[in-house]
Design a protein around this ligand. Structure first.
Ligand SMILES: [Zn+2]
Length: 233
């Protein structure tokens, strides 16, 4: 049976994979024409309660609050909303709409790509899921939405003419990436920058490099990563 993926990516690599400058929001309905993207976290300090079920293929994902600026009250004590006062759908509302259309047989289930935050600056790609259902749960203070996602059979949606950025560093085992991140303390080994980090091989694949050990992988910022690749050419 299929299992959830666990490809480790730096924040920059995640944004590059999605062809965006930044990913700020947790819920991104139709980030592109083929699928939506959600960012989840099971860390104890996470603002929302997301979890992977023991079956290993189901995710329960909490809906999101509207931005704090939109209201004078702290949205954490208010029910999560499907619509803004203007009538415009929130991200919750867009995902709920997709569930309703699926249940009414109007549309296929929404394809959702899921990333999980592992630690600050480091993410795990869990793969593609289909948006199966949602429920409204009272968390003790207020009502929140919980979305149910099931691992999809489709793990490589057709991209058409869309250009996909497939980082060769995907092939570095997740365990190695986690160890490299800890060893290098989440900083570029050359300038200690914490921004735009990439996992870098000492030898590129094209020159016979292997990624299997922690020794030949290091963290580099975008500037040093680019400088290195131009020297190789
Ligand atoms: Zn650097």
């Amino acid at each position: 049976m299929k299992k959830i993926q666990d490809d480790i990516l730096s924040y920059r690599e995640m944004c590059d994979t999605e062809s965006v400058q930044t990913l700020q929001r947790g819920m991104n309905f139709r980030l592109n024409p083929l699928y939506s993207v959600i960012l989840m976290s099971q860390r104890s300090n996470a603002p929302y309660k997301d979890k992977i079920y023991p079956d290993g293929i189901t995710i329960e994902y909490e809906g999101h609050n509207i931005s704090k600026n939109a209201y004078t009250h702290n949205p954490k004590y208010k029910d999560q909303l499907e619509k803004l006062p203007s009538g415009k759908l929130t991200q919750n509302g867009l995902f709920i709409n997709a569930v309703k259309k699926y249940k009414n047989h109007e549309k296929k289930p929404e394809l959702v790509k899921v990333y999980e935050k592992i630690m600050s600056g480091i993410w795990s790609l869990k793969g593609y899921f289909k948006l199966d259902n949602y429920k409204i749960v009272n968390d003790g203070n207020r009502n929140v939405f919980r979305f149910i996602l099931k691992l999809s059979k489709t793990q490589s949606p057709r991209q058409g003419k869309q250009k996909i950025y497939l980082s060769h560093t995907r092939l570095i085992p997740s365990k190695v990436k986690k160890d490299v991140w800890k060893r290098d303390k989440g900083k570029c080994v050359l300038c200690e920058s914490k921004k735009n980090l990439h996992f870098d091989h000492d030898l590129p694949y094209s020159k016979g490099g292997t990624s299997l050990t922690v020794k030949n992988v290091k963290l580099l910022c975008m500037k040093h990563n680019l400088e290195k690749s131009s020297k190789i050419k």
